[in-house]
Ligand binder design. Sequence first.
Ligand SMILES: C[S@@+](CC[C@H](N)C(=O)[O-])C[C@H]1O[C@@H](n2cnc3c(N)ncnc32)[C@H](O)[C@@H]1O
Length: 301
Amino acid sequence: MTGPAPLHTDTEGVDGGVGLTALLVAAARAIETHRHDSLAQDPYAEHFVRAAPACADWPVRAEQAPGGDDNPLWGRFARYFGLRTRVLDDFVLRSAGTGARQVVLLGAGLDTRAFRLDLPSGCVVFELDRAGVLAFKQRVLTGLSAAPKARRVPVPVDLRGDWGSALTAAGFDPAAPSVWLAEGLLFYLPGPVETHLVDTVDGLTTGGSALAFEAKLEKDLHAYRGSPIYTATREQIGIDLLRLFHTGPRPDSRGDLTARGWSASLHTPFEFTRRYGRGPLPEPNDALEGNRWVFAHKPSP
Ligand SMILES: C[S@@+](CC[C@H](N)C(=O)[O-])C[C@H]1O[C@@H](n2cnc3c(N)ncnc32)[C@H](O)[C@@H]1O
């Protein structure tokens, strides 16, 4: 099987490079939405996939994928994204329930939490991503006449630069508690950029704030190059995740946060598969083996 030609990697929108990964997650959410036992419902996800020429032939239901649920990409990997979506939905809702009225989505992509979640009144959701990704998202949502359930503020930025001032200029208040997500983001950024991002989050948060992020612990990501998930993603949709990930040394962001007084717990996704009753379980040559979800809280003074 030769598969599609490699996609260009320097684009700002969703038609290639890391922006296209936002559509990969949207397609997985569309598939999850249509499952009879779905963990998260995202009625917008399918519309993003259908609106983007780059993924015109991608499935939005498991039965449209070759092999259905046994397809490593649209079965197991999509289940992973469905579980991650639900776990982080619950994290945001819990944090909002304990007082955080500002939600910051770092690398928001096609996240529709501002439209889907029943957040307390007065909540505002800041969505940070590149301008091209946010413009595509807005076009689709406007076409659907979608109405957010919380005030929503898109903030076009490059997270490798000084995005903190763009966020405060957009109305974010560092003196009020906030909840932050870096979902499927940090491994696309160089290590020093991740360190700067975590520093910036710490500098912009007060006690009572929370941050959830996803990390990959593998020392050598390429050891998993032949794993079914990476192989299927490359061959079926032309996304070579290992070429998009930054494979240099990673910082210990959890350790950096605890050194600054945060509490931070580290979990495998498989723990949540067991807790929620569905999702991926470990398997041999598993690209998900090193994935960890970190939940960090800054104590109130
Ligand atoms: C895998 S997607 C995840 C999107 C979303 N968090 C989700 O889980 O659905 C990664 C996102 O990070 C964004 N991203 C990667 N590098 C970025 C950068 N330097 N500046 C802004 N956004 C970036 C991409 O545009 C993309 O939308």
